[in-house]
Design a protein around this ligand. Structure first.
Ligand code: ZN
Length: 317
């Protein structure tokens, strides 16, 4: 009986989630950044029947790993709370040592998710995706580039040779593109709204720019033009997927017009095509600023549903 129950549970929740209760404890005041989404998503998964055992709690990243990407000078400024007011203004979040702890922990979470993806095929971080952070400064709600750190940390420990970052957040992945530029062991793909922050977009390996008002059809056609082809050509050992919820038509920061169904199809292309050819996928949430928190949480939950469905399909013996 226990065996059957265990099997059923594994069937319902076949992929590990990385999450810490500390994610939502950061006080950002009245802010468009929806810090509560992390907790809300965790609670929704519990309501859907996930058990505490399905969640793995990360440790903060080591300074050694952070320094694979970020400059010693910037790391020191963060740890000693000595950023200039101009540097803090660029981050656009209230600065505190709690924020510093938060970003170290989030980075540890993305590294852990990447390792779990290599073991299990798929893993989801209920956080991460801070793609606007550069090696020597933060911007746009991003302090440390957890994605680039995970790429470098896994490469250094010999777990992967080549990683592909598939960035489907509404905003171009400027920090990731800049940090990983010219590195043969990383391929960066970004599909984003052009007429929007960041105004300066360092080139990714492949950039796809869409315009205000573009919806499901334009987006999915552009995505299908690249996937699964890029997977087959680059043959990464790991895919890091930024499943931003902000291309949604109800987002406050953007004006792409993707429906929830369109976003689900996007997830199915990115995750499904990778798993079809057995590429491990680590999913991170990235942005999402819908007027209603429930919309952002619902879109992230749909990504998890797609990931679980794909995992059930491709984990058959
Ligand atoms: Zn975004």
């Amino acid at each position: 009986m226990m065996r059957i129950l265990k099997f059923l549970e594994r069937w319902r929740f076949p992929i590990p989630f990385v999450y810490s209760d500390e994610y939502w404890m950061l006080d950002v005041g009245q802010h468009v950044f929806p810090i509560k989404k992390y907790r809300a998503l965790y609670e929704r998964l519990l309501l859907l029947g996930a058990r505490k055992e399905n969640f793995i709690v990360p440790e903060p990243a080591s300074d050694e790993d952070i320094l694979l990407v970020h400059s010693p000078r910037y790391v020191k400024k963060l740890k000693t709370a000595s950023l200039s007011s101009a540097e803090i203004a660029m981050i656009e979040l209230p600065f505190s040592l709690e924020l510093v702890h938060f970003v170290w922990l989030m980075t540890g979470g993305t590294i852990l998710t990447a390792r779990l993806a290599l073991e299990r095929g798929l893993a989801v971080h209920l956080g991460g995706g801070f793609h606007h952070a550069f090696h020597d400064h933060g911007e746009g709600f991003c302090v440390l580039n957890d994605v680039a750190v995970a790429v470098e940390a896994l490469k250094k420990e010999g777990a992967v040779e080549r990683t592909m970052v598939v960035d489907c957040d509404l905003h171009q992945g400027n920090g990731t593109a800049h940090i990983l530029s010219g590195k043969g062991h990383a391929f960066t793909f970004s599909i984003h709204q052009m007429d929007l922050y960041p105004s300066n977009k360092p080139p990714s390996t492949v950039d796809v720019g869409l315009w205000a008002g573009d919806g499901d059809e334009e987006y999915l056609t552009a995505l299908r033009a690249h996937f699964p082809r890029l997977y087959q050509e680059y043959k990464p050992d790991l895919v890091l997927y930024l499943a931003g919820a902000d291309p949604f038509e109800g987002d406050q920061l953007g004006s792409l017009r993707l429906t929830k169904d369109g976003l689900r199809q996007r997830d199915l292309i990115v995750i499904g095509e990778a798993r079809r050819i057995r590429l491990p996928v680590a999913v991170v949430l990235a942005g999402g600023y819908a007027a209603e928190l429930e919309d952002t949480v619902g879109i992230h939950l749909n990504t998890i549903r797609v990931a679980q469905k794909v995992q059930r399909r491709y984990s058959q013996p």
